[in-house]
Write a protein that binds this ligand. Sequence first.
Ligand SMILES: N[C@@H](CCC(=O)N[C@@H](CS)C(=O)NCC(=O)O)C(=O)O
Length: 196
Amino acid sequence: MTLHIHGYSRSGNCLKIKWTAQKLGLPFEWTEVDVMTGGSRTPAFLAMNPAGQVPTVVLEDGRVLAQSNAVILHLADGSNLIPKDPYERAKMFEWLFWEQYSHEPYIAVARFHRLMLGKGPDEVEARIMERGEAALERLELQLSETPFLVGDHLSLADVALVAYTRVADEGGFDLARYPAIQAWVTRVEAALRITD
Ligand SMILES: N[C@@H](CCC(=O)N[C@@H](CS)C(=O)NCC(=O)O)C(=O)O
């Protein structure tokens, strides 16, 4: 069996997995699931992942795995996308946990409200925008010091964080205010060969 990604192409969480697989040269199949019309809540989908969310991946051996960062960690196990040094590896995890708790819930959610739900700038909760700006400031600070989030090398921290950061403007954030982030996005897109 081939690795099978059930994903939604507009979801950064899903694209993380596609980019990781491509970077590692892992063949995969992609089934598009339209979450906006309940595609992840059908009985067949819920039988595969009771959480009813994409990304959901069926591994080569038929086992199912969800949660984007868990999936990329599994796919990249043993590769150079995961630092060998224990401290650097832990720093990568620090960024992965931070992404899910302090970045994605603001940067991705603002984008969801604006792009997917068609809300205007004033209809997005101020708190979401404030926390999103704080997340971008945190990234800017780090990327003013190092070319990638964990030192000199591309790691899963960059894969996970670039997914929604590169399209943060679609949520109403002005990336022109963050030059180090912009340069890093260009670097990571080149390293992952992201063209769309
Ligand atoms: N923490 C999860 C988030 C997954 C998630 O929120 N998926 C969204 C799309 S980005 C979804 O499936 N939404 C549809 C639904 O909940 O019905 C991850 O990193 O994979």
